[in-house]
Design a protein around this ligand. Structure first.
Ligand SMILES: Cc1cc2nc3c(=O)[nH]c(=O)nc-3n(C[C@H](O)[C@H](O)[C@H](O)COP(=O)(O)O)c2cc1C
Length: 221
């Protein structure tokens, strides 16, 4: 696949086909992703690949914690108040994902069902949890882990797979540690749902928007 097609064609996939991804394919994706750049080639990331029974347990746990109203305790805190421009884009995405599913604002049940789907990692057959070490240059490690996460998403897309980065999969680190044997000295940054996309659903096909170049780029010449 051409690079431009990979970058433009990758999108967040929020409905997957049920079949498993062969371990050999996941390995090829990770094999490519390990060539991502990092601060001083420190490669501060660790990746936990959940499939099968541990993933089923993860999905159950994440849903249970959500439904019982357990306080979100992510290792990476979520901003409570977003700057206006970002908040507007965030709200826009929220509206679009509901409207393409014909879920109206006042349809509490519909919204809850979608929310349950999300915390169940859209029932993907594989979830990769991307971690960094708790100490040492955390800001740069966050950048580094983002780079490898992007490479994973692109490499997966190149192989006809879909991904969705999910902060919603990193909300309950204490519970996740028990399931995936992630030591306490690692911060769980984000999950990456991975699987074969269901191409038929509007949720995987809606038009996405991006800020125009002149909103984000300042030429200094
Ligand atoms: C750090 C991070 C966390 C994200 N967490 C979620 C999430 O919890 N739920 C979700 O549906 N999408 C999540 N996303 C996906 C974004 O919503 C998505 O990347 C964005 O809307 C752009 O759309 P695209 O990926 O289709 O280009 C996350 C993306 C990033 C980078």
């Amino acid at each position: 696949m051409e690079l431009a097609d990979a970058v433009r064609g990758r999108r967040s996939i929020r409905k997957f086909q049920p079949q498993d991804v062969p371990k050999s394919v996941i390995t090829e994706i990770l094999e490519m992703a390990r060539w991502s750049p990092s601060w001083g080639n420190t490669q501060p990331w660790t990746l936990y690949v959940l499939t099968g029974e541990p993933l089923a347990e993860f999905k159950k746990m994440n849903l249970r914690q959500t439904l019982t109203g357990a306080a979100i305790a992510s290792d990476v805190p979520m901003l409570e108040k977003w700057p206006d421009a970002m908040k507007a884009r965030y709200n826009e995405l929220g509206k679009v994902v509901l409207s393409v599913q014909d879920i109206k604002r006042e349809d509490k049940e519909g919204r809850e069902k979608y929310y349950k789907d999300m915390v169940s990692v859209f029932d993907a057959p594989c979830l990769i949890l991307a971690c960094i070490s708790r100490d040492n240059l955390v800001e740069y490690q966050m950048l580094d882990v983002g780079l490898i996460a992007q490479t994973i998403c692109l490499a997966a897309h190149d192989k006809g797979l879909g991904t969705c980065l999910l902060a919603a999969a990193a909300r309950y680190p204490a519970e996740i540690r028990k399931i995936a044997a992630i030591p306490d000295d690692k911060k769980i940054v984000v999950g990456i749902a991975l699987g074969y996309p269901d191409p038929s659903v509007p949720l995987n096909n809606f038009e996405r928007s991006r800020a125009k170049l002149d909103e984000i780029v300042y030429w200094v010449e």
